[in-house]
Design a binder for this molecule. Structure first.
Ligand SMILES: [Zn+2]
Length: 130
């Protein structure tokens, strides 16, 4: 998943978290299954810009809750190694341990769009149910 997708999933999980540290850990843990979704990575500047925009958007949608912001940060955090580490990566879904979802035809963009819209709806409406 692209970084903005990880931010979206992390934010949604953060909305469920009872504590900021739990939100951060849930976001980071969710990075692994989300990376298995086929996707194409954009260039570094586009990824950073879209991730920052997503962080601001989801935090705002969620009523500026710290757990949502930290869940989103946790979701993106594993991709920091891609900024600084060339060659073999350490995070499980970036290493050879688990296969990173490869780029697929156009429908992979639709999957990511569906995920980010669903996560936005979750962040906005799910708190009403608990
Ligand atoms: Zn990743």
């Amino acid at each position: 998943m692209s970084v903005y997708g990880h931010v979206a999933v992390g934010a949604a999980l953060g909305s469920l978290a009872p504590h900021p540290a739990v939100a951060l850990a849930l976001g980071a843990a969710a990075h692994i299954p989300a990376d298995l979704v086929s996707h194409r990575d954009l260039n570094r500047a586009a990824e950073l810009l879209m991730a920052a925009a997503a962080l601001i958007l989801y935090t705002w949608l969620g009523g500026l809750k710290l757990t949502i912001a930290l869940g989103a940060v946790g979701g993106a955090l594993p991709d920091v190694e891609s900024l600084f580490r060339g060659g073999e990566k350490l995070f499980p879904s970036h290493s050879r341990l688990l296969r990173h979802g490869g780029a697929r035809p156009a429908w992979d963009a639709l999957v990511q769009l569906a995920v980010v819209v669903t996560m936005a709806a979750w962040v906005v409406w799910a708190p009403a149910f608990w």
